[in-house]
Design a protein around this ligand. Structure first.
Ligand code: GLV
Ligand code: MN
Ligand code: MN
Length: 419
């Protein structure tokens, strides 16, 4: 048959996205259909069970490794050749959508089902993976499962990570949900190549009217948790000049990192996403605030510059207000550039299929940036409606899902048939 003419069945793909999205479903007041499946919760287990069931239905050989990464392998004709891998994650943030990560995993299964239905064999095996705790919303750092998979963090250290919400130990949660698997991690060998289909999660493709984002790399990520400790006191009796108020310092840091990003302009971004006051009462100067700062830049030197300015800001505020500020690094990944030939391949394939394309860096972190350490890697982006992600209103149009998954199919086919 003419392999170039092979296309995925988008209704089947949307059916799986909808079914997985029902697990941990969050319904918004305006018809939004989002998802809350934080890593290693009961909802994550139920999602995993559903996807593993589909992998078995498709005849894949399913492996679960010691950090809970799941890889389903479709055999190739030459068992001596390394597999071509695709995949992503199925954990979500608490206010997530149905596409982030899930599209990459279910797009991979859709490719496999398309090949099965058309009786298409490949020389190399095709592996579809989902990696543990990509989001980093519950356990930091983000991309933890793929980081351990490529040997970037030891298994022992990863199993000992504590949850930001309830303090649970990652290894205990993994065992509790039944996904502490027998396969050793890091993986014994690298795939031939890795390609990840993902939603853009930002507004650029939609704004430019382009269907396929050809991803050139991922920007650097720096996550810090701050614990600011001052003096709890009575809100009515303590004169302003005698306060040591961590709440005020937290507000200055929030405004300060935004000012740093604004002054640096370019691609620098800065976010305070979590902030907790203790004791959080109307008439009490807080004793302690914990908060997080997320800094990102596509340029490592500029990211370091932002980090230095942020550190100086903290030191100055601590001295001025008489509080202590403890800084703990939660995640730090340098910017990643994808393989030039893999980028070209995604671009050429998308164009051959008649889709408009543009090259772009990824603003979000992805498992692909970890796989890039061990094999040629690239990513395919499809548009996010209104640029929204990590939001229950996240949506990608069906025509764009079809386009992205077709590009994935054709890129995987070509890679899986090369020697
Ligand atoms: C993780 O996926 C992130 O980009 O925050
Ligand atoms: Mn994602
Ligand atoms: Mn995400």
């Amino acid at each position: 048959m003419d392999l170039d003419a092979l296309r995925i069945d988008v209704d089947r793909l949307v059916g799986r996205l909808d079914a997985l999205g029902e697990i941990g479903a969050v319904h918004g007041p305006n018809g939004e259909r989002g998802c809350a499946r934080l890593a290693l919760t009961d909802a994550d287990r139920d999602g995993r069970d559903l996807v593993v069931g589909w992998m078995h239905d498709l005849g894949l050989d399913v492996h679960v490794d010691a950090i809970g990464n799941v890889v389903g392998v479709r055999a190739g004709d030459d068992p001596t050749l390394a597999p071509v891998m695709t995949g992503s994650h199925i954990d979500t943030v608490r206010t997530g959508g149905r596409f982030d990560g899930n599209l990459g995993v279910l797009g991979g299964l859709e490719v496999v089902e398309t090949l099965e239905r058309h009786g298409v064999r490949t020389r190399r095996p095709i592996a579809v993976a989902f990696f543990t705790d990509e989001e980093g919303a519950r356990f930091q750092p983000d991309m933890l499962g793929s980081l351990v998979y490529v040997g970037g963090m030891s298994l022992e250290e990863a199993l000992d990570v504590r949850a930001a919400d309830d303090g649970a130990r990652l290894g205990d949660e993994l065992a509790r949900i039944g996904y502490a698997g027998p396969v050793p991690c890091p993986a014994a060998s690298a795939p031939h190549a890795f390609v990840e289909l993902h939603i853009e999660q930002g507004p650029v493709l939609e704004d430019e009217g382009v269907t396929i984002g050809v991803v050139t790399g991922v920007q650097g990520i720096s996550w810090t948790e701050l614990t600011i400790t001052g003096q709890s006191a009575h809100a009515g009796t303590t004169p302003m000049r005698l306060r040591r108020d961590p709440g005020y310092v937290a507000a200055e840091i929030t405004a300060g990192v935004r000012a740093i990003a604004r002054q640096m302009a370019g691609t620098q971004v800065a976010t305070v996403g979590r902030l907790e006051y203790v004791p959080n009462l109307v008439n009490v100067v807080p004793s302690r605030v914990t908060m997080t700062v997320d800094l990102r830049n596509t340029d490592e030197h500029l990211l370091q510059q932002a980090e230095h300015r942020f550190a100086s800001l903290c030191e100055r505020l601590a001295a001025d207000e008489g509080v202590t500020i403890e800084r703990r690094t939660l995640a730090r990944f340098e910017p990643v550039e994808f393989d030039a030939r893999m980028i070209d391949r995604v671009e050429a394939t998308a164009q051959r299929l008649g889709h408009s394309t543009m090259r772009m860096p990824s603003g979000a972190g992805h498992d692909a940036q970890m796989l890039a350490r061990v094999c040629p890697t690239s990513m395919i982006f499809v548009p996010s409606a209104n640029g929204l992600s990590h939001n229950i209103a996240e949506h990608t149009d069906t025509a764009d899902l079809q386009a992205g998954a077709d590009v994935l199919l054709q890129v995987l086919l070509a890679l899986a048939n090369e020697g």
